[in-house]
Design a protein around this ligand. Structure first.
Ligand SMILES: [Zn+2]
Length: 292
């Protein structure tokens, strides 16, 4: 089965790309698949507004691959394996694993089965998984049944760091809690690590800058469709069942793509300078300068 994985660091604009790519095509977007277990157990909602454990779509998909008495037990089992292996610090170890441990093998097999059922249920042939954490990609690359196309999504480090510093309500959380915030230091360090890892995932990898996408979406979509091997003529996805992502997903009228450049004006000068001091050597490689 065909799965497109978006890799990179959070707040890089994957929700916009997900929405545009899957608008009319053979693609079905699932959001951040790697987070479904934890969020499901914590009572988070799917984009259909029902809690993940009560959502018809996910109950059907996960219910068909579960071998546990209850769905919650299966979520717990999956999350415990996810937590054991799918960590930033395990990336290189998993990339070079020659023998996959039995529990991880089982976890991968469950993903193979789920992706297959997602395609059957949605009537689409490609699953778009915007998990972003490159370790998720490293784990899935061990599967012989999943045909993976990676997208390495990069956004200007100052824009990403600025976004992680802002207060945002997590609309899909049960108590409308705030999304986590990071200091410039933490998000700059994670920007470096996650992008370095995303460059090295196994298999085909398409490099995409968020800024190029929003400035010229038609060209970017054309290249992406060629890479993925899909058309722009599929049936629209009527019922979205995505996990996590940027809160923008819950706002209606999502049609015009506008570059979000608020960071240029509003980021504190000191944060901007320190972020750039930490990340410039890698950012320059991706074609960025201090201001854009
Ligand atoms: Zn749903």
């Amino acid at each position: 089965m065909n799965v497109v994985l978006v890799n990179g660091y959070g707040r890089s604009g994957s929700t916009v790309i997900e929405a545009v790519l899957s608008k009319r095509s053979e693609i079905f977007p699932v959001g951040e698949m790697r987070n479904i277990w934890e969020r499901g157990l914590l009572g988070y909602r799917c984009s259909c507004e029902r809690s993940i454990l009560d959502c018809d779509f996910w109950s059907k998909v996960i219910g068909s691959v579960s071998d546990e008495k209850s769905l919650a037990d299966f979520f717990l089992k999956m999350e415990s394996i996810r937590y054991k292996y799918d960590r930033i610090r395990n990336f290189w170890k998993i990339q070079s694993l020659e023998r996959v441990p039995d529990d991880l093998q089982w976890y991968i097999k469950k993903h193979e089965e789920m992706y297959e059922i997602i395609c059957d249920e949605s009537n689409k042939s490609i699953v778009l998984d915007s998990s972003k954490n490159p370790t998720h990609a490293a784990i899935l690359s061990k599967s012989k049944r999943i045909n993976i196309k990676n997208i390495h999504l990069v956004r200007h480090p100052r824009a990403v760091v600025y976004s992680w510093s802002r207060k945002k309500i997590r609309k899909e959380s049960p108590d409308l809690s705030f999304m986590p915030r990071h200091s410039f230091y933490k998000s700059s360090a994670l920007w470096l690590v996650m992008n370095a890892q995303s460059e090295k995932v196994m298999g085909e990898n398409f490099f995409l800058r968020y800024e190029d996408f929003v400035n010229s979406p038609e060209d970017a979509i054309k290249s992406l469709r060629e890479y993925i091997g899909c058309s722009g003529h599929g049936e629209p996805v009527n019922n979205l069942h995505t996990i996590g992502g940027n809160p923008v997903k819950f706002d209606s009228g999502f049609t015009n793509i506008k570059p979000d450049m608020e960071w240029k004006k509003k980021q504190r000068k000191l944060d901007a300078a320190l972020t750039w001091a930490m990340t410039f050597w890698m950012a320059k490689k991706y074609g960025y300068s201090y201001d854009g």
